[in-house]
Design a protein around this ligand. Structure first.
Ligand code: CMC
Length: 431
């Protein structure tokens, strides 16, 4: 760490402690409390990490109040308009935009690793046909460490590098295979002459019996979804990857842990939950009922695709996604779909509602990504796998950064114990 930029005073029951303060290149400063427990014998208490920075990172910056997102310093709006997912992968992994030669080499490297070990197919057969693809993907990605022994030694930079490439290259293949398995169609091998998003679309939608057709607009929309989900600093799944990695676990195991965490409806599962909700609402006249439920504290229902821990302003990704949703829906002629009409009206009503305004609850990226994915033909249970394959580059970049970080330690949160102490054991016959 650099030199402190100042100090903070903490008074604990009359005793005063000086704590160093470090500035950040953007965003809030941090108070370094690492010595607090040894000096003051107290823990800080922050369930949900609402005010806790758990690491230093130079990958992604979010200003939630202003609704800004930057990858390696580049605003997301510029990247969305001018770059492509694979170039953004390079940027996230290597901290610079590639020149043409670097990009060509990177693309070759990724495309040369898109196939998975043929024996992995046996794993798929072990799952029930109706298994959720996220369940399959979590298992298969974890199993990669049983197949690629030459990239599990985390102390070897070359092995770390190849693990990163493998992960970015294979996730689309693994996700597409999970989809094909669930619908009973033959697996489709990747094609290295297709671009990243197009190849994924091809592996999901082509069949040996027919001619495959893709649309540039759809490929571009998919690529954009990948790009907008590529990283999002220390969210729940990324923190899970870091925590798993802090013990020295191999990268495949760490990413499998991240995928498991992403699945929850409060995180990556929100896009699927959002579309299910739009379908359940069904028609515009039922929206007030659901808005009422979302506002009712005694009802656990929440408007899926609304709200964010960090963004207390419009999610910048949602702005971009909304525009693309309109374009894709025009292309596939879905502008009159009931789910879309419900989505548009729900957004309008919620944005004007005092409950959502005061709590700064705006539509997030998942509100629109589900609408796009639905329009281009993906079933809802593929939405979160698509989020997972997009976020893989973020997870692996954060993992790589963590492994190389000299201040990194095994993650070990503490607790405020509230259970009983010093009970006497009573034999079962006396209880
Ligand atoms: N619908 C209705 N009320 C909500 C919602 C919602 N979607 N989100 C938050 N609130 C209310 C919440 O009840 C609370 O109200 P009160 O102050 O009266 O108790 C207040 O807003 C603050 O909520 P919170 O739970 O303290 O906020 P959080 O930062 O812990 O949660 C969240 C963030 C994303 C988990 C939450 O907004 C949510 O559950 N949203 C729906 C799920 C969703 O769309 N998740 C995708 C997030 S974006 C993709 C990703 O990064 O994974």
């Amino acid at each position: 760490m650099t030199q402190p930029s100042g100090s903070a005073k903490l008074t604990v029951e009359g005793r005063e402690f000086d704590l160093p303060v470090y500035s950040a290149s953007a965003g809030p400063k941090v108070i370094d409390i690492r010595s607090l427990y040894s000096k003051a014998n107290v823990f800080t208490f922050d369930p949900g990490f609402t005010s806790t920075a758990a690491c230093e990172s130079a990958i992604t910056f979010i200003d939630g109040e202003r609704g800004q997102l930057q990858y390696r310093g580049y605003p997301i709006e510029q990247l969305a308009e001018r770059s492509r997912f694979l170039e953004v992968c390079y940027l996230l992994l290597y901290n610079k935009l590639p020149n043409q030669q670097e990009f060509d080499d990177f693309r070759t490297s990724v495309t040369m690793h898109t196939m998975v070990h043929e024996q992995l197919i046996n794993f798929y057969r072990g799952f029930r046909r109706d298994a959720h693809p996220m369940a399959i993907i979590t298992g298969v990605v974890g199993a990669l460490s049983a197949f690629y022994h030459d990239s599990t030694d985390i102390s070897d930079p070359e092995q770390r590098e190849i693990a990163c490439i493998r992960m970015i290259a294979k996730l689309p293949t693994i996700a597409a295979m999970a989809y094909k398995y669930s619908i009973g169609q033959p697996y489709v091998y990747p094609r290295n002459d297709y671009r990243y998003a197009e190849n994924f679309h091809y592996m999901c939608f082509s069949v040996p019996a027919g001619k495959y057709r893709s649309y540039e607009e759809v490929n571009r929309a998919l690529d954009l979804i990948f790009l907008l989900h590529a990283d999002h600093e220390q969210n729940a799944s990324t923190s899970t990857v870091r925590l798993a990695g802090s013990s020295g676990a191999n990268p495949f195991a760490c990413i499998a842990a991240g995928i498991a965490c992403l699945w929850g409806p409060a995180h990556g599962g929100a896009n699927e939950a959002c579309l299910r909700m739009l379908r359940e609402i069904g028609s515009v006249d039922r929206i007030p009922e659901y808005i009422g439920r979302a506002k009712d504290r005694s009802d656990p229902f929440r408007l899926m695709g609304f709200g964010h821990r960090v963004y207390k302003n419009f999610d910048p990704r949602a702005h971009i996604m909304k525009k693309t949703a309109d374009e894709v829906l025009d292309l596939v002629g879905s502008q009159n779909k009931p789910t879309l009409q419900v989505a548009k009206e729900l957004e309008r009503i919620a944005l004007e509602d005092e409950y959502f305004q005061t709590r700064k609850l705006y539509p997030n990226v998942d509100f629109y990504s589900g609408i796009i994915l639905d329009a281009v033909g993906f079933p809802t249970d593929m939405f979160t796998p698509i989020f997972a394959l997009s976020r893989t580059v973020g997870w692996i970049s954060q993992w790589k950064e963590m492994i190389a970080d000299p201040i990194q330690k095994i993650g070990r949160p503490r607790q405020r114990y509230t259970g009983p102490v010093n009970l006497n054991y009573i034999p079962i016959e006396e209880r």
